[in-house]
Design a protein around this ligand. Structure first.
Ligand SMILES: [Fe+2]
Length: 197
C-alpha cells in the first residue's frame, strides 16, 4: 500500500506515546503487565482453546489486555479523512462506505491484547501497526472451525499494514503480542453508519 499521506497522520499518533501519562486512558494503564512469559501464555493456542470452551462469543478482549489507549479525539477526524482517501485510492472502500477508528493503542515492551473475535462488529478492518524492531511483535490468529492451530503475522520494523475481515459466520480469533515498543491504529470499513469503538 502506498501510504505517504497516511503515514504523516500516523506518525502524529506515534508521537503521542512519548507524552505524559495524561494522554492515556488511566484504567488501561493500571493493567500494565511487564512480564514476557505472561504475554506469551495469554496469547498461546492453549489459552485460546480454554477461552473457546468457556466463552461462546468473546467479541472483545476487554480486561484481558495490557495495552494503553491513546486520548486522540482531537486527531480522529483528520486521521479518518486521510485514511478514507488512501483506502478509496487503494480500492479497499467505496465513496459511500463509512470508516471508523476501531482501535488504537500503545503496546509497551511485553504487553498484549488477549484472544477475541470482533464478530459483533463485522466489516473490513485495516490495521496500521508500527514496531520498533522486526520480528518481536505481531498478531496470532485462528479461523474457528477451519484452522487446526494458531498462525502468526510478525511485524517488521516501521509501519505495517494489514487487511482482514471480521464476521459472525467465520469467527476470526486474534490476539496481539509485543516484546518491543509497538503502536497500533485500526480502521473499520463498512456499509453501515460509522460508530467509533
Ligand atoms: Fe480485534
Amino acid at each position: 500500500m502506498h501510504c505517504t499521506d497516511l503515514e504523516v497522520e500516523l506518525n502524529k499518533v506515534l508521537a503521542l506515546r512519548s507524552l505524559n501519562n495524561g494522554e492515556f486512558i488511566s484504567s488501561e494503564r493500571r493493567k500494565f503487565v511487564v512480564d514476557s512469559e505472561y504475554v506469551d501464555t495469554r496469547c498461546s493456542f492453549q489459552t485460546l482453546q480454554e477461552i473457546m470452551l468457556t466463552e461462546v462469543n468473546r467479541d472483545r478482549a476487554l480486561g484481558d489486555a495490557s495495552k494503553c489507549m491513546f486520548r486522540m479525539k482531537h486527531m480522529r477526524d483528520s486521521l479518518s479523512g486521510t485514511a478514507a482517501k488512501v483506502f478509496q485510492r487503494e480500492g479497499l472502500m467505496d465513496e459511500g462506505d463509512s470508516i471508523a477508528i476501531s482501535g488504537n493503542g500503545w503496546y509497551p515492551k511485553d504487553s498484549y491484547l488477549g484472544w477475541h473475535t470482533n464478530r459483533c462488529t463485522p466489516g473490513l478492518r485495516v490495521y496500521c501497526n508500527w514496531a520498533a524492531e522486526s520480528g518481536k511483535s505481531g498478531l496470532y490468529y485462528h479461523y474457528e472451525g477451519h484452522d487446526l492451530d494458531r498462525r502468526v503475522m510478525l511485524d517488521e520494523q516501521g509501519w505495517n499494514y494489514r487487511v482482514f475481515s471480521t464476521s459472525s459466520k467465520l469467527p476470526f480469533w486474534h490476539a496481539v503480542f509485543s516484546h518491543t515498543d509497538r503502536v497500533s491504529v485500526g480502521f473499520r470499513i463498512s456499509k453501515e453508519k460509522p460508530e467509533d469503538v
